[in-house]
Design a protein around this ligand. Structure first.
Ligand code: ADP
Length: 266
């Protein structure tokens, strides 16, 4: 089966202000349907740049992104993105239900189908009782749940998540991580999750792509062979988790020290 998302030789150089910045040199990786992949890299490695290029929000300098067999040149219909700034991603004048329903209206789904999908998504994120509330009546964690419900209700080919839990407290963050795992298992969504947090990447992912620092390439593609059932206390306290965390941490340190993957070296 062809990958659902194929990133080939993606390169991005920011130009202007008299100085060019080569943010991403060559990113090549593929994601198959139903995978949960995390991307982790040092700050400034180009994670946000990569994600914006994949989402069709930023033109790339070279390379291509293929989603569902089609080249991405603008925000593609098969993609949904959850950003860190939940406060700015929901419409404050719409209710929770209306926020989740909006992209389904744009998709042209009939009313009854929209209603069923919104109900199922709100149920899946534990917000069935808040459908009539407005975002500003909810906590940050709940608002991020609304953004996640909106994304899964849309049934995207790929759900992109850009450091989505960086702005919430630790307990909420743990709950939201478990929510992503449970949605992935229940609904079979394909997830690409970008984070600078090594522990989060290892806990969440089935695969972790480690980026070098700028100009960025993929340093390593680490398979996370932890059990499918994960638990914030037990999994994080397990020997295998510690080993994987150690490996990824080591790779990031090497990347920070300027080491590049072998195929990059002349
Ligand atoms: P990350 O998300 O991993 O922290 P970014 O994608 O935000 O990394 O940034 C990667 C590099 O590109 C950084 O060196 C940053 O300074 C540079 N950069 C990001 N946006 C711009 C821009 N609009 N113009 C020039 N340089 C930029």
């Amino acid at each position: 089966m062809p990958p659902v998302l194929d990133v080939r030789g993606l390169q991005k150089t920011y130009t202007g202000h008299g100085r060019d910045v080569e943010a991403v040199r060559n990113l090549t990786f593929a994601i198959r349907q139903g995978e949960l992949v995390c991307i982790v890299g040092p700050s400034g490695a180009g994670k946000t740049t990569l994600l914006r290029c994949i989402a069709g929000l930023l033109p790339m300098t070279a390379g291509e992104v293929i989603l569902d067999g089609k080249r991405v040149t603008e925000p593609p219909p098969g993609m949904a993105v959850v950003f860190q700034e939940y406060g700015r991603s929901l419409f404050p004048w719409l209710t929770v239900r209306q926020n989740v329903e909006l992209p389904l209206k744009e998709k042209g789904l009939p009313r009854a189908e929209r209603r069923a999908k919104v109900d199922a998504a709100l149920e899946a994120v534990g917000l069935a009782d808040s459908a009539g509330s407005h975002p500003w009546q909810l906590s940050g964690g709940m608002q991020q749940r609304v953004a996640i419900a909106r994304a899964v209700a849309y049934e995207p080919s790929v759900l992109l998540m850009d450091e989505p839990f960086a702005a919430v407290d630790a307990q909420t963050r743990a709950d939201l991580e478990d929510l992503v795992r449970s949605l992935w298992r229940q609904l079979g969504v394909t997830v690409l999750f970008v984070t600078h947090d090594i522990d989060e990447a290892v806990y969440l992912g089935e695969r972790v792509l480690v980026l070098t620092n700028r100009p960025t390439v993929v340093m390593a593609d680490v398979a996370i062979d932890l059990p499918v059932d994960r638990d914030q206390l037990e999994t994080r306290a397990s020997t295998r988790f510690a080993e994987l965390r150690h490996d990824v941490y080591g790779l990031i340190q090497e990347a920070k020290a300027g080491k590049r993957p072998e195929q990059e070296l002349p």
